[in-house]
Design a protein around this ligand. Structure first.
Ligand code: UGA
Length: 407
């Protein structure tokens, strides 16, 4: 599920600009620039699993008979450019000399799920790194309509800076970007925890903080922690890379620890309010790792549901897009938020789907047997929740004192 993607695919297929084939050779014969976009999921030790990249590189190498530019779009560990070069060299057909047969460019991806098409067409920057200037020229040419904003539907005032650099620097920009964003969220979650202790309101703190352009207002929303297929994987890969050089990436490890602690907030709050979790009915609103997607990879909701179920709770959830959670067999996915809240002792808003702003709170109240609403994303209007006789609690803005603030 990705907004705008179906239309774009259909338009590309209809115009003939986009074709699909299962034959690597056929795709290579028709192109000069090859983008490697395969997944690099986390291996059990936290490093990136490169088996798909290896397989793709070998199949490309085996049919290289004229110069191609190979572009790594996949998030690959720092240093992969040279490593990839060696893999492709070893796969070249007999008689093809490696010198000049191909060039490798790193071109990291910065788009977000749920706004991928828009982020791609109107990027904040395009980064490319290589040791071969001519290869960078070729990739810059591919991006020209986006950088110069000349394609149909372009915004001429949104021209994007093009950063040309070395392989290792381009690869590092990707990890540093995600590490910074994840750290920024962990930072505001830590401030949220302090806000609760001192009686401050994290939403107001974040708004005031964000007015300083050195800080910026985006990615300062406190909640139940970050998730998704990128932040956790990329932070852990960066920590692993640093460790391989004997460097302990303390700040990055702390960002991960704060995130793990934040995800435990729901169970802590439930223990505080409901005391015994065993046999309680708890409703979760939102399962996807963020609104606008049906992606459940490293979704806080899945971990939260699993921990509540382990503690003996009966958990029902609702999500506008997710209809089943295969990794959590005892979690019931309800057809609507009210069915999820049926006889619930507490309702927890886990993903800030805008749909939940239109909740009929009186209806929700009438379905529940308890009265607690934990707004894990500070989405709802506390006054409106309390007006129907429910107890509202947000993150970083209630008077609740967390009992255990130790990591
Ligand atoms: C992230 C980056 O934002 C992209 O730039 C990057 O290209 C992508 O990873 C990737 O490496 O492929 P994405 O994982 O799609 O994109 O999602 P984000 O919008 O960054 O959100 C990540 C998580 O942070 C979500 O769980 C979201 O709920 C959480 N979040 C985000 C917060 O808790 N607070 C915020 O203020 C912002």
């Amino acid at each position: 599920f990705e907004p705008g993607l179906d239309d774009l695919l259909a338009a590309g297929v209809n115009s003939g600009a986009l074709r699909f084939t299962a034959g690597v050779e056929e795709a290579m014969a028709a192109s000069d620039v090859v983008f490697l976009c395969v997944g690099t999921p986390p291996a059990p030790d936290g490093s990136a699993d490169m088996s798909h990249v290896v397989a793709a590189a070998r199949s490309i190498g085996a049919c290289l008979d004229r110069h191609h530019v190979l572009v790594t779009k996949s998030t690959v560990p720092i240093g992969s450019g040279r490593w990839l070069t060696s893999i492709v060299e070893d796969a070249l057909p007999a008689g093809v000399h490696p010198d000049g047969a191909f060039s490798v460019v790193s071109n990291p991806e910065f788009l977000r799920e749920g706004s991928a098409v828009n982020d791609f067409l109107f990027p904040d920057r395009v980064v490319m790194g290589s040791d071969d200037d001519r290869a960078l020229d070729a990739v810059a040419e591919v991006y020209r309509p986006i950088v110069e904003q000349t394609f149909a539907g372009a915004h001429p005032d949104r021209r994007a800076p093009l950063v040309r650099t070395t392989l290792a620097t381009a690869e590092t920009v990707k990890y540093a970007s995600n590490a910074f964003l994840a750290t920024k969220i962990s930072f505001i979650n830590e401030i949220a925890n302090v806000c609760e202790l001192v009686g401050a309101d994290v939403s107001e703190v974040a708004s005031a903080l964000g007015l300083d352009p050195r800080i910026g207002s985006r990615f300062l929303e406190a909640g139940l922690g970050w998730g998704g297929s990128c932040f956790g994987k990329d932070l852990s890969a960066l920590v692993t890379t640093a460790g391989q050089y004997g460097y302990d990436a303390t700040l990055l490890r702390a960002a991960v620890q704060v995130n793990e602690r934040q995800r435990r907030l729901v169970i802590e709050r439930m223990r505080h309010h409901l005391k015994i979790i065993q046999g309680r009915r708890i409703a979760l609103l939102g399962l996807a790792f963020k609104p606008g997607t049906d992606d459940l990879r490293d979704a806080p909701a899945v971990e939260i549901a699993a921990s509540l179920i382990r503690a003996g709770a009966f958990v029902r959830a609702h999500d506008p897009l997710v209809k089943a959670v295969p990794d959590c067999p005892n979690l019931v996915v309800a057809a609507d938020p009210y069915a999820a809240a049926e006889r619930a002792d507490a309702v927890v808003l886990v993903t800030e789907w805008p749909d939940y702003l239109a909740l009929d709170l009186a209806e929700l109240r009438s379905r529940m047997r308890g009265d607690l609403v934990l707004d894990g994303r500070n989405l709802l209007d506390p006054g409106a929740v309390e007006a129907v006789g429910l107890r509202y609690e947000g993150v970083g803005r209630s008077t609740f004192t967390r009992e255990s603030l130790s990591v």
